[in-house]
Design a protein around this ligand. Structure first.
Ligand code: IPM
Ligand code: MG
Length: 372
């Protein structure tokens, strides 16, 4: 291990996680070769895989590995079939994923959503609605709102009922920092931010709208619009091309990013970066994961689409390691493989060649990366 080698913790997790992670690691190995970089990639078990091998969804050893690393490449965790077997606090979604988001204060979740022109058939919208393309960036606040707000509890009432509460809590500084990320990202795109809220109903949204409006004054070159969350869900289906950057609190961002993923043809295409403060030389420490989840129904069959995991590795190269050229090259290799007709089952049209397996798709992307 050379002193300058970048350290990556590769946590594949459950379901399709290990299958797609294998391809992303192969792509990173090809990046090392093409760009003469040294990456130290250390694999470790999380999620149910962690519970099975260490007794913890995220063991202290794995947490230490993450702390020593420059970035985490995460697969996915959670197997609903096993949920009843451990207390809810120990389930992988909370004990591994949310814990990492909280421990590293990964407040800024970036989910770029892009419909490749060759995959228009996989988008559920009519051709005329996507004639102007789909290219948006969901900027989701990731460490506040309903996911972490207190009180968060289930209590027993005197009349025998139970009462459960989650709290949508936001402070001005939490809103301000995520708004800055959104405006900053918009500058590298089409300079338009849609801030999503329910200011007609929610206190936290009234504050959200006020603070975002204030932050916008520092970015006079970026246009800001406010849109209610329910209307946003509808407008995304009617005219997705109107959106550039979507700035959302945690829960709205969770919902709208899955909707956006459908527009991109498949959840298997959607990468994400979860960024915090800190990291080397002004870069962000980050956790990079596909937005799609463990997909237990297709796990172990070798048919999952590895592109979301591979594009997540590209985001890691760009945001946490500062290797923008390598990130661009990986993204280009994915686009080239798609343009060359490579399709896993989820993005394949009836008229296309037979579907590729997970590893065939990974290999095709590696080949484009090394030889174009
Ligand atoms: C996501 C996922 C997670 C979330 C789950 C697995 C906890 O849906 O990253 O979008 O709700 O944030
Ligand atoms: Mg989600």
């Amino acid at each position: 291990m050379s002193a300058s080698s970048s350290q990556i913790a590769a946590l594949a997790g459950d379901g399709i996680g290990p299958e797609v992670m294998r391809e992303a690691v192969n792509v990173l190995r090809a990046v090392e070769q093409r760009f003469s970089l040294a990456l130290t990639i250390t694999e470790a078990p999380v999620g149910w895989a962690g519970i099975d091998s260490t007794g913890h969804a995220l063991s202290p050893e794995v947490m230490n590995l993450c702390k020593k690393s420059d970035a985490i490449l995460f697969g996915s965790v959670g197997l609903p079939d096993r949920d009843g077997t451990v207390p809810k606090e120990q389930r992988p979604e909370r004990a591994a994923l949310l814990r990492l988001r909280q421990e590293f204060d990964l407040y800024a979740n970036l989910r770029p959503v892009r419909l490749y022109p060759q995959l228009a058939h996989a988008c559920p919208l009519k051709a005329e609605r996507i004639a102007d393309g789909v290219d948006m960036l969901v900027v989701r606040e990731l460490t506040g709102g309903l996911y972490f707000g207190q009180p968060k509890e289930t209590t027993q009432l005197a009349d025998g009922q139970r009462r459960a509460v989650d709290s949508m809590v936001y402070t001005t500084s939490e809103i301000e920092r995520i708004a800055r990320v959104a405006f900053h990202e918009a500058r590298a795109r089409r300079r338009h931010v849609t801030s999503v809220d329910k200011a007609n109903v929610l206190e936290s949204s009234v504050l959200w709208r006020e603070v975002v409006t204030q932050v916008a004054r520092d970015f006079p070159d970026v246009t800001l619009e406010h849109m209610l969350a329910d209307n946003t869900a509808m407008q995304m289906l009617l005219r997705p091309s109107r959106f550039d950057v979507l700035l959302c609190e945690n829960t709205f961002g969770d919902l709208l990013s899955d909707e956006a993923a459908a527009l991109a043809g498949s959840l298997g295409m959607l990468p994400s970066a979860s960024l915090g403060v800190g990291g080397k030389a002004g870069r962000s420490f980050g956790l990079y994961e596909p937005a799609g989840g463990t997909a237990p129904d297709i796990a172990g069959k070798g048919i999952a689409n590895p592109i979301a995991q591979i594009l997540s590795a590209a985001l890691l190269l760009r945001h946490s390691l500062g290797f923008a050229d390598a990130a661009d090259a990986v993204e280009r290799a994915v686009a080239d493989a798609i343009a060359a007709g490579c399709r896993t089952g989820d993005i394949r049209a009836a008229s296309d060649a037979p579907a590729l397996s997970t590893s065939e798709m990974g290999q095709a992307i590696v080949t484009h990366l090394l030889h174009s």
